[in-house]
Ligand binder design. Structure first.
Ligand SMILES: NC(=O)c1ccc[n+]([C@@H]2O[C@H](COP(=O)([O-])OP(=O)(O)OC[C@H]3O[C@@H](n4cnc5c(N)ncnc54)[C@H](OP(=O)(O)O)[C@@H]3O)[C@@H](O)[C@H]2O)c1
Length: 387
């Protein structure tokens, strides 16, 4: 890999962060050039939490040359957030450092106060650490930030969503589907105003690896498919002509690694959609792929407004506890199960990354592998048989 400096990944144990790590390893980047910023949790320190991720890779058959994984993993410096400032401050003057900021709370049901505290707050910590390490005019490392946002900062907007649209000022909560989207949008604004070199990447819904189906967790599209397979929803509340913008994790990780490799001037101040855009599959394509893996016929569709009626207070009051839970889960996911008339433009991503790194593989070429992996591993509970 061409990038000569250090790479700091926040949330390195999470889905996207760990996929970036896996991609760096595949490209031959030594662990000693990488710092993983991970919080302590469940009485485990960052090193133990990263070791858990590496074990998952091995059990799932997600890594090649397993024998050399220990060397890669041991080389990575694993630190907590408290250490981030010191890590940056200790870099030599002029040393190139890319911070890939992945850490965020991705729960759709968080409150706006939580979203601001965590998603905006963690972004502010990254910016403060960079500014603290590079005093104006003084010597310091040559830092830049790749901020991992989401295409869904678009909120409830429809139509053609461009990457380079100007920020048109305040947007209230009513223009977003939930506090996750709003807090991610507010975090983007903080990055843009920070004065440090930045690139924002906005993946849409990230699913497993297009080559193997491997995924660290089974959320969003997977959660809804699992509801279907439990036979608890008789109809899918999606429009036939809707599009679900999903992208495989290896595409997202490799685009982020490519940005690390490119000279800062190629992407500084740019926002890139890592999306399938006009080629996004429809809900029926996704259900059909899952149906093939699990030997099921796709559900009949019902218009999304039927779910809105089911979620009305009188209907919810008449439903049992488990039905209420199912309906509420579906309701949180509906904005991500397909939209009519919304396309995420990917022109800037393709221009900056080149067509091959900026264009997602087509769902028809990898969709079956995603759900075969789910079936074969019982949703990650069993080891994969692949190598
Ligand atoms: N997955 C997707 O489909 C998708 C799509 C578009 C954009 N994104 C963006 O990609 C980024 C990574 O998402 P992901 O799917 O990898 O999520 P994830 O698997 O849930 O990982 C999130 C990471 O953030 C850390 N984190 C969460 N709350 C934290 C807190 N309060 N303090 C410190 N660290 C915290 C987590 O640490 P713990 O393990 O300790 O909780 C984990 O390392 C996010 O910015 C998300 O908005 C994701």
């Amino acid at each position: 890999m061409a990038f000569p400096g250090s790479i700091i990944i926040t949330g390195a144990n999470g889905f996207i962060g760990s996929e970036v790590l896996r991609c760096l390893r595949d490209r031959g980047v030594p662990g000693s050039r990488i710092v993983a910023v991970v919080r302590e949790k469940h009485a485990m320190d960052p090193r133990q939490r990263m070791d858990q991720v590496f074990s998952r890779w091995v059990r799932a058959g997600a890594v090649r040359q397993v024998a050399s994984l220990a060397e890669f993993g041991d080389g990575i410096r694993c630190v907590t957030w408290v250490d981030l400032r010191e890590v940056l401050a200790s870099q030599a003057a002029g040393h190139p450092v890319v911070i890939v900021h992945c850490a965020a709370d991705t729960a759709f049901d968080m409150t706006l106060a939580e979203g601001r505290r965590i998603n905006v707050g963690l972004t502010a910590k990254v910016i403060e650490a960079v500014i603290g390490a590079t005093p104006a005019g003084g010597p310091g490392p040559d830092c830049r930030v790749i901020h991992v946002s989401t295409a869904f900062v678009a909120g409830k907007r429809r139509g053609f969503i461009r990457e380079d649209e100007p920020d048109n000022g305040e947007r209230g909560s009513s223009s977003f589907n939930n506090a996750y989207e709003q807090s991610k949008w507010e975090a983007e604004r903080l990055v843009r105003a920070s004065g440090i070199p930045w690139t924002i990447v906005r993946p849409s819904i990230v699913v497993g690896d297009s080559r193997s189906g491997f995924t660290l967790h089974f959320r969003v599209v997977y959660s809804v498919i699992r509801l279907w397979l439990r036979d608890v929803v008789p109809r899918a509340p999606v429009a036939r002509d809707a599009r679900i913008d999903i992208v495989p994790s290896d595409f997202v990780a490799s685009a982020i690694v490519r940005l690390c490799e490119l000279p800062v001037g190629a992407s500084a101040g740019k926002t890139l959609h890592l999306c399938s855009g006009a080629d996004a599959p429809g809900p029926v394509d996704v259900m059909a792929a899952a149906g093939r893996a699990f030997g099921r016929k796709p559900l009949p569709l019902s218009p999304p407004w039927v779910l809105r009626i089911l979620l009305s207070r009188p209907v919810l009051a008449m439903s049992g506890h488990s039905m209420r839970e199912i309906l509420t889960t579906l309701a949180w996911h509906v904005p991500y199960l397909g939209s009519r008339g919304r396309v995420f433009d990917t022109a800037v991503a393709r221009e900056v990354l080149g067509e091959s790194h900026g264009t997602s593989p087509g769902f028809k070429d990898y969709g079956d592998r995603l759900f075969d992996y789910c079936a074969k591993t019982s949703w990650g509970h069993k080891c994969s048989t692949s190598t």
